[in-house]
Ligand binder design. Structure first.
Ligand code: SAH
Length: 221
């Protein structure tokens, strides 16, 4: 029976429904994003001991000093990236445990996701394999450089806080493409960047809200 996976019902469809109700109360309106999050078992992305907390609106540790983002921020970033339209090719920087990647795979045609910590990428790979998602390509690399060989992208989502907006990522956006990125060190702000064809104002930046992410770090390990 659905809901009895771990014997206490905390991973059930009903628990996910409650998460969706809370996301709606927090202002998430995009039904495509909500339905994607309603269809993905979030608890498989965290260690079993934490699975009971997987649907709470908190970030949780995933090892190597990294975290899985809270459901609200995953929903908000996905909603903004979509802007009410289906997405083609999307690049995610910071795969972590792969939960945001899984959500993206439901709302985009193709998803490329880059992670700098190799063992985390291996974990993400096994979680995503469990869900049989076939439109995802994972890469072990420094995401600050983007993935020029697979770009340009319709959307870029950065899930770690950058000290500045990497030029390489801007260059890998199509005209009409959107990038969402947290910027800052102590205080962080989520930015939306839209690439336009207007000479002189090619990149339109919009400040969205205060956020808290782990830092974007150059190099791999
Ligand atoms: N998207 C994840 C969030 C993971 S936390 C989720 O769904 O919850 C952010 C991740 O970004 C960490 O795993 C961290 O290792 C990774 N990261 C940080 N700097 C990076 C870089 N330069 N390139 C690729 N990944 C990076």
């Amino acid at each position: 029976m659905a809901g009895s996976i771990n014997g206490i019902g905390m991973t059930s469809q009903r628990t996910r429904e409650r998460m969706l109700t809370r996301l709606r109360e927090q202002g998430i309106k995009d039904e495509v994003t909500l339905s994607a999050m309603g269809s993905i078992a979030r608890h498989i992305f965290v260690d079993e001991a934490l699975s009971i907390r997987a649907y709470e609106d908190v970030s949780l540790p995933i090892g190597f000093g990294q975290t899985i983002s809270q459901p609200y921020i995953v929903a908000r970033m996905t909603e903004i990236l979509r802007a009410g339209k289906p997405l083609g090719k999307v690049l995610e920087i910071g795969t972590g445990c792969g939960y945001q990647t899984a959500v993206l795979s439901k709302v985009a045609k193709e998803v490329y996701s880059v992670e700098r910590i190799s063992p985390l990428l291996m974990k993400a790979r096994s979680h995503l394999r469990e869900l049989r998602m076939s439109n995802i390509k994972l890469k072990h690399a420094d995401g600050t450089m983007g993935l020029p060989e697979f770009g340009p992208f319709d959307g870029i989502i950065v899930t770690a806080a950058a000290s500045h907006i990497p030029e390489e990522l801007l260059e890998q956006l199509v005209v009409g493409g959107r990038m969402i990125i947290p910027v800052g060190t102590e205080e962080q702000t989520l930015y939306l960047i839209e690439r336009t064809d207007k000479p002189g104002s090619e990149f339109k930046k919009t400040k969205l809200e205060a956020v808290k992410f782990v830092p974007l770090i150059g190099g791999t390990s």
